[in-house]
Ligand binder design. Structure first.
Ligand SMILES: [Zn+2]
Length: 371
């Protein structure tokens, strides 16, 4: 080798070495496990949103706890007992007391659905609710599971009579939270249900246990009606409550998220289902969260109705929130009262946690961004 060639190869080697060291340093800087993942001690300091709660009381202990735990909450009014007006009054009261912490979603009644004046009444009620501060509208499972037309047939959400209302909401960029259908367990025999809370609920409420009511619309009917409604309203900003009633299978949920770009889902009351799926196949659930990190909203379905003593209610809310945080942020071995067996936390990167715990809610419910 000539001297010149030797110098050239030494120079090349140094460049390569430098590039490699540099890349390694950059990798080390960009991948610091202490920086990239939250721990349980970060719980209080990170700003969070619980995008699905029901505050049905004038008692303020729940919101006080939310504030302490650095949560803002979206309280959802539902077309069920104790009535829309009562729930909305509670929501407005809480929002006035805690303008920074509480937002609310309204709903509409289907009591006069078969009356020709229904559409006009609904739109006028919705306008009033928006003037009172509502930022979204809930569609409830009574559509599809209870409401009947004049001929006695079940009315599904893709019924054309809903179109003008959905068009009105689309035009005004109002997000819709849709609780349509029930978990798949509701159509299964007791011994095939995956969740203890479903077993308890449907034993107590045989009237809602669809396995006992084959005359009612099937699980597939509920999902198909929702999908066909979304097909008709591609510009509607839609948040499927309870993982869009597809809590039993991330592939099925992924299919809908791929098909409907304006659809997101909240996890309210379905985190145990995610934990069950993580027990069966941790990697699959982790991959699902990584891929759909922009479409998943944290929510609990916690009901604050003033029936529990304040201290007890605060402690229950706090410990449930903390447990969910542990599941999403760490890879701790955990278990659930809902099913037998252990599962591992998902240990999602900070970036994903920030999205599911706040940024996605701010994106799907834009008024939350201003706070
Ligand atoms: Zn709910």
């Amino acid at each position: 080798m000539t001297f010149a060639k030797k110098i050239k190869s030494i120079a090349l080697l140094s460049v390569l070495l430098y590039a490699q060291t540099n890349a390694y340093t950059q990798f080390k800087q960009s991948y610091n496990p202490d920086i990239d993942f939250y721990t349980t001690t970060d719980f209080e300091s990170v700003k969070k949103i619980d995008a699905h709660v029901h505050i049905r009381t004038l008692d303020t202990s729940f919101v006080h706890q939310a504030k302490k735990d650095n949560f803002r909450v979206l309280s959802i009014v539902v077309d069920e007992d104790p009535g829309i007006q009562v729930q909305q009054k509670d929501a407005i009261y809480q929002k006035q007391l805690f303008p920074d912490e509480v937002s609310f979603a309204t709903t509409f009644s289907v009591k006069n659905f078969n009356d020709p004046k229904w559409k006009k009444e609904v739109i006028s009620d919705l306008k009033k609710s928006f003037s009172e501060g509502a930022i979204a509208v809930k569609i409830y499972k009574n559509i599809g599971m209870d409401l009947k037309d004049k001929a006695g047939n079940f009315v599904m959400i893709d019924n054309p009579k809903f179109d003008p209302v959905l068009d009105f909401l689309t035009k005004h960029h109002i997000p819709v939270i849709g609780h349509l259908g029930e978990p798949w367990n509701c159509w299964l025999p007791m011994n095939q249900m995956t969740m203890n809370h479903d077993k308890r609920y449907y034993s107590k409420h045989p009237e809602f246990y669809m396995y006992l009511h084959p005359e009612c619309p099937s699980y597939e009917d509920q999902i198909n009606a929702r999908d066909s409604m979304l097909e008709k309203h591609p510009d509607l900003r839609f948040i499927g409550a309870h993982l869009g009633s597809l809590e039993w299978n991330t592939d099925e949920l992924a299919k809908r998220l791929d098909r409907f770009p304006n659809m997101a889902v909240d996890m309210a009351a379905r985190i145990p289902n995610l934990q069950y799926l993580a027990m069966k196949d941790w990697q699959k659930v982790h991959d699902f969260f990584m891929k759909y990190q922009d479409r998943l909203l944290y929510g609990t379905d916690r009901i604050a109705d003033g029936t529990q003593k304040a201290a007890e209610a605060e402690e229950l809310a706090h410990s449930a929130w903390l447990r969910d945080w542990q599941f999403f942020c760490t890879n701790d071995k955990m278990n659930s009262s809902n099913f037998e067996g252990d599962f591992k936390g998902l240990k999602l990167p900070k970036e994903v946690i920030n999205k599911i715990y706040r940024l996605n809610a701010e994106k799907w419910f834009p008024p939350l961004r201003k706070k």
